[in-house]
Design a binder for this molecule. Structure first.
Ligand SMILES: [Zn+2]
Length: 259
């Protein structure tokens, strides 16, 4: 089994996004967008699908007024289909799609993978259709309200191939139906957190992100406790999607990240 990481654009923001009490509030940060490919002997599993490539050229068209709140830094090649192609993988090679959650920076590429089942927590799908007012701008119906998507709605933990190597775990907090993925490789175990935490250091410090990015602080902290327990039990490495130090930590596709 092999794990590949794809950097697919990002956005410029302020440190306050990640922690309104951080001493570096007022400092601009470049937040990367990532998605991942896991090649398992029984299929090619995509974990998240990045942002829609049209955000590179006309963010207002898709995001509406919300575009004013986010300075998106993407090129038109940062869509999931093109990023995969750059590593020699066709969209049609993907056999399973997992969505950690359905915010626009994670679910914008769903339209390229309507041939594959899409694993999402049922709670997240309902939440995406009727989000609280402070997260309305983060859910774009254009991303996920597509008639031909083959949803595989989950209610809790799910072992994708039944062999314990790719196990989805609910990690609510950022939004109601967020999930993370345990990836048990030959060499070691990684937990792809997605946005269960923006930065692992903030998880350690129990420092919550900016208000609108937290659906429930209590659920988020409970998810952090659970993640750290799994980290200890499995000797796992934690990897957050928007990690600012990704360049030091992650090798990009087409190089495999881990085996
Ligand atoms: Zn995100």
């Amino acid at each position: 089994m092999k794990l590949y990481a794809f950097h697919a654009g990002g956005e410029r923001a302020d440190m306050a996004t990640f922690d309104p009490f951080d001493p570096q509030v007022g400092t601009p940060i470049d937040i990367p967008y990532f998605f991942y490919l896991i090649r398992h002997e029984r299929g090619n599993v995509l974990f998240d699908t990045g942002a829609h490539p049209s955000l590179a050229t006309d963010p207002r068209e898709r995001l509406g007024e919300e575009a004013e709140n986010w300075e998106i830094v993407m090129s038109p090649e940062d869509g999931a289909e093109d990023r995969l192609a750059s590593a020699g993988v066709a969209a049609s090679d993907i056999t399973h799609v997992v969505q950690s959650h359905l915010h626009y920076d994670h679910a914008g590429g769903l339209c390229f993978f309507t041939h594959a089942p899409v694993y999402v927590q049922q709670t997240e799908l309902s939440f995406a259709y009727a989000p609280p007012v402070y997260q309305e701008g983060l859910y774009l119906k254009a991303d996920f309200d597509l008639p031909d998507i083959r949803w595989k709605e989950l209610d809790g933990e799910h072992d994708i191939f039944g062999d314990g190597r790719l196990v989805l775990i609910p990690t609510p907090g950022h939004c109601a139906g967020h999930q993370s993925l345990i990836v048990r490789l030959e060499s070691h175990t990684v937990i792809l957190l997605a946005d269960a935490a923006y930065l692992v250091e903030k998880l350690r410090a129990r420092a919550l992100p900016a208000g609108p990015l937290v659906w429930s602080p209590d659920h988020m902290v409970a998810s952090w406790e659970k993640i750290e327990q799994l980290e200890r039990e499995l000797g796992a490495e934690l990897l957050a999607t928007h990690d600012l130090k990704f360049r030091q930590r992650v090798r990009m596709a087409p190089e495999q990240f881990y085996e």
